[in-house]
Write a protein of this length. Structure first.
Lengths: 101, 375, 83
């Protein structure tokens, strides 16, 4: 097996995360330069070197894809918890009945 | 000096080669240095085989944050190491050791670099040497200028210290009580939205040369130490008022003699004059204290010509006074100073096990045992 | 607090030697807030196994991304400088 893989487990769910089918590159979505830099007019000249054709080169690209998938997944999970917390707070503190007609 | 620097030499080899990796702030530096056997002296100087550097520069008005700085170092470190080996004309396995900045500095950037150091150490089967960034500056300054035992003024974005050697320690005689002078200058540059290319301090220096009117700023020397946060706050307010719709409302912004409005160039000029005067005073105090007449200026701010000029005026009034400074290859953060200081440690048998290669943001200059000197 | 959020990452190198080198390069650095998270590095033949256990998804995400960044540096070093 040539691909990196991650197994996630938590009190509510388990999930296997992979690098996906590709195409893979070392320039990950979740490893870009901070937004404020580009907003302030800066260019990103620090992108990682491109992946070579070798096994290790491709591994670096696949890890980047896996890293993106893990980051997106965990961020989504965190947002879910936050949203649920918000709804709960609105019901308990603001007296809004979410199910009212 | 009777320290034996060759107790750990390899049989059949009459020189040492060290790789140095520096990444404590926004400069990533890699260098290869060569020491011949025997004591370092004017007849036996260290040789710089390569000195490569790449700087992470942010847009005007912005500072560099750990996250993006670490990303810069991570993504450039392999390329820069490769270039340094090519420039030096050597293979990794020709080296005797791998030296890296262990601290002080920014945590994430330091870590980005040590990861590469640890990996190369295992690939090439070479020992690792953790180096104190300040000691790197000091030893490189001594080697390049030949100043053997000066009072050292170390001034950079992250550090402001007056140091003197005594009994195998570089002891701190005076320092900033709050921010470093380079940090003060850099933050003021941001307020004025001065370009960070090649460095904010350099651009302030050029503007200061065009300044004509001196604005009075707080003077905050405190015994052997100095404080700069108050001056920064004060001058930031002046700058903000200068760019407001009615700058003349602030009387401090009007030059007494001409009645003209102060310019940003005047502010740069005044800030430098104030800060540098304070540095001159505490340096002089340290020189009197240790009875030395030699000054060595190291660190990025040391490349400022006005600072060198003001220090020279003070030093020349002392009997046999001399001032020493290196050029931007060595006073701005670089890998060769780490290779040099690290190689001195290596030659004394001081190496780091892997588990002792954790980087640290705070690492006092006087924590280092200077085993390679016994004067 | 119990470390109920776990992520086990498996990275396949070319051989066990490379996986060992990677583990050795990652292991020295302590994790901040050790009571909120632990990381364990081990090898299984040519694979490097990184086992994260934390008190929340948030704590795990930061550590995982940082370690993966470092692993990419290690791989780039091995690729460019091995042999």
């Amino acid at each position: 097996m040539n691909s990196p893989i991650a197994e996630y487990s938590s009190p509510d769910i388990n999930k296997t995360l992979t690098a996906g089918d590709g195409p893979h590159s070392t320039n990950g979505k979740t490893t870009q330069i901070s937004e404020f830099v580009t907003k302030a007019g800066g260019e990103d000249r620090d992108k990682p070197t491109e992946a070579s054709d070798s096994q290790l080169g491709q591994l670096r690209a696949k890890i980047t894809s896996l890293q993106d998938n893990i980051n997106v997944f965990l961020t989504q999970r965190m947002k879910q918890v936050k949203d649920e917390g918000d709804i709960e707070r609105r019901i308990l503190d603001d007296g809004v009945d979410e199910d009212s007609d | 000096m009777t320290v034996d620097l060759d107790k750990f030499k390899k049989p059949g080899k009459d020189y040492y080669l060290a790789l140095g990796l520096e990444g404590s702030a926004n400069k990533l530096g890699v260098g290869v240095i060569k020491h011949n056997l025997g004591q370092l002296s004017s007849e036996n100087r260290a040789e710089v085989l390569s000195n490569v550097r790449d700087t992470y520069i942010t847009p005007p008005g912005e500072g560099f944050l750990p996250r993006d700085t670490a990303r810069h170092h991570r993504n450039w470190v392999v390329r820069i190491i490769k270039k340094s080996l090519v420039d030096a004309g050597i293979k990794g396995t020709d080296l005797d050791c791998i030296c890296f900045t262990q601290g002080p500095g920014m945590g994430a950037p330091l870590q980005s670099v040590v990861i590469a150091a640890r990996t190369l150490s295992q690939l090439w089967k070479l020992p690792l040497i953790g180096v104190n960034h300040c000691v790197g500056h000091i030893e490189m300054g001594r080697e390049i200028t030949g100043a053997n035992n000066p009072v050292v003024l170390y001034v950079s974005g992250g550090n402001t210290q007056i140091i003197a050697y005594s009994r195998q320690r570089y002891r701190i005689f005076g320092e900033t009580l709050d921010i470093a002078i380079g940090n003060c200058l850099d933050r003021f540059a941001r307020v004025l939205k001065i370009s960070n290319d090649p460095a904010p301090g350099y651009n302030i220096e050029q503007m200061a040369k065009k300044g004509k009117h001196l604005v009075t700023l707080p003077y905050t020397v405190k015994g052997m130490d100095l404080s700069m946060a108050g001056i920064l706050s004060y001058i930031e307010v002046l700058a903000k008022d200068l760019f407001s719709s009615n700058p003349k409302k602030n009387k401090n912004l009007i030059d007494e003699e001409s009645g003209e409005l102060i310019t940003p160039e005047d502010l740069c000029y005044s800030l430098q004059e104030s800060l540098f005067s304070m540095l001159v005073e505490i340096t002089e105090r340290a020189m009197a204290h240790v009875q030395s007449n030699q000054v060595l200026i190291v660190g990025g701010v040391g490349s400022n010509e006005r600072l060198q000029e003001m220090m020279e005026l003070m030093v020349n009034e002392r009997k046999n006074g001399s001032i020493h400074a290196t050029d931007e290859r060595f006073c701005i953060d670089n890998g060769i100073m780490i290779a040099h200081a690290g190689l001195l440690s290596y030659r004394m048998g001081q190496i780091n096990d892997l588990k002792d290669t954790v980087c640290t943001q705070r690492f006092r200059t006087d924590e280092v045992f200077v085993s390679w000197r016994d004067d | 607090m119990s470390l109920d959020y776990k992520l086990k990452i498996s990275i396949p190198f070319e051989n066990n030697n490379q996986a060992e080198i990677a583990g050795n390069s990652l292991r020295p650095d302590p994790i901040l807030k050790a009571d909120e998270m632990t990381v364990d590095f081990s090898t299984d033949n040519e694979k490097l196994i990184c086992y994260f256990q934390g008190v929340s998804d948030r704590v795990i995400r930061v550590a995982v991304s940082n370690v993966l960044d470092n692993i990419k540096t290690i791989i780039e070093c091995i690729e460019q400088f091995e042999g």
